[in-house]
Design a protein around this ligand. Structure first.
Ligand code: PHB
Length: 392
């Protein structure tokens, strides 16, 4: 070999070495609300991710996993798209994850195919997100999924007339439609439907409308955070409960981290949801211990942590299946039909919709032996798919 050829071979080997070394680290970009009014929800994403990595290691098949967090304090599709673009182009992430609000997820889906990047959604809960790109997988829930069992539950508890009150955007509308469908199929009647702007924080006019409707119960959905706390407080404090108007909602409205602020007024509130921090299983015990450590105290834990924990499980499987190489289709194909025991119970990724199939639990706010309020699981609806996708 000539000197020149030798040099070329050496440079080639060096380059190949560099490329291989660079491919060794797999970057995951996670978008969520890490500051502002919804910061606790984002911190729960981070706690779920950190708990997963603490329990399962920080590398997959020799590929180090590096997580990059990007803060999106409130629903803001333009900013969401810009953050995703920056993660893809500048940070060269192979996977996107997180995303709390539906409009932010919708804004990212058009980027995925060209970027050859899967998006694993840890929260955003509108059914239709899944139809926007074949590269989306979701480990949270949909509001149609969590809400549908409530229709029958309401009838069984003697409720015949309901007023619905939901935030006027994707997951609220899905919740309203799914509840109405299930409740009317079981023989009930929705007498009025109120859609509240996302920015609403004075709920007294809504409470008056609920009272005036003379319904037996209110069905409500708002995205978990300061808004849900405000709504449930208003329900508790404006005498609707005393007036005998019952409360029905998915578990977004009684997330564990809000219960101390709601106080004893929350006792007896009925909700349906995919996850309660109190879920009694060895997998959940392990998860709660690790996630509490990551977030700095069990009292801050809430459902976004479990979406993130299972989201990382899916991303780890994708990294394993692609041996650290960037191949979004192969990665997504590898998790279709994947089944495991989550801290929430048995789950699987529906191979058709790429959305998580899971148990939905009926829970009641109760007090534990230490006087702390918690969501007590009292009934299980096993292996629920997303009914929202079936109707679209
Ligand atoms: C959503 O925007 O999809 C969303 C946000 C918070 C929730 C549920 C759904 O609690």
């Amino acid at each position: 070999m000539s000197g020149r050829k030798l040099l070329c071979a050496a440079v080639g080997a060096l380059l190949a070495g560099t490329v291989a070394a660079a491919a060794d680290t797999v970057k995951v970009g996670i978008i969520g609300p890490f500051s502002g009014p919804f910061a606790l929800q984002g911190k729960n994403f981070q706690a779920g991710v950190e708990a997963y990595m603490a329990l399962n290691g920080k590398s997959v098949k020799g590929h180090e996993v590096e997580v990059i967090y990007r803060d999106l304090p409130a629903a803001n599709p333009q900013q969401s798209r810009a953050l995703a673009q920056e993660l893809i182009v500048k940070d060269k992430v192979q996977y996107l994850g997180g995303v709390y609000f539906t409009p932010d997820a919708m804004a990212i889906t058009p980027l995925l195919a060209q970027a050859n990047t899967p998006l694993v959604i840890f929260n955003a809960a509108t059914s239709a997100i899944m139809t926007q790109s074949p590269l989306v997988v979701r480990t949270s829930f949909t509001t149609a999924q969590t809400t549908t069992p409530l229709g029958k539950i309401a009838i069984e508890r003697g409720i015949r007339k309901v007023i619905t009150a939901v935030s006027d955007y994707g997951p609220g509308i899905d919740a309203e439609v799914a509840f109405k469908k299930a409740f009317e199929a079981a023989g009930g009647q929705v007498v009025e439907s109120v859609r509240m702007p996302l920015s609403t924080n004075d709920f007294s006019p809504i409470m008056q409308r609920i009272r005036d409707s003379k319904a037996d119960a209110v069905f409500a959905f708002l995205p978990s955070g300061p808004t849900t706390l405000g709504f449930v407080k208003a329900y508790n404090e404006t005498g609707l409960k005393q007036a005998g108007i019952k409360f029905l909602a998915p578990g977004d409205l009684t997330q564990e981290s809000d219960l101390p602020a709601l106080g004893d007024g929350a006792l007896g509130l009925l909700t349906t949801f995919h996850y309660a921090v109190s879920h009694d299983s060895p997998e959940n015990k392990r998860f709660v211990e690790a996630a509490s450590k990551a977030i700095g105290g069990a009292e801050q834990l809430s459902f976004p942590a479990v979406g993130a924990y299972d989201g990382m499980h899916v991303i780890y499987k994708m990294i394993e299946a692609t041996d650290g190489k960037q191949d979004a289709k192969k990665a997504v194909d590898a998790v279709k039909g994947m089944a495991w025991t989550s801290p929430r119970g048995p789950v699987s990724i529906d191979p058709e919709t790429r959305h998580v199939t899971e148990n939905i639990y009926l829970r009641e706010v109760a007090k534990d032996a230490n006087g702390r309020l918690y969501n007590k699981e009292i009934q299980t609806f096993p292996n629920q798919k997303d009914p929202g996708l079936a109707t679209q």
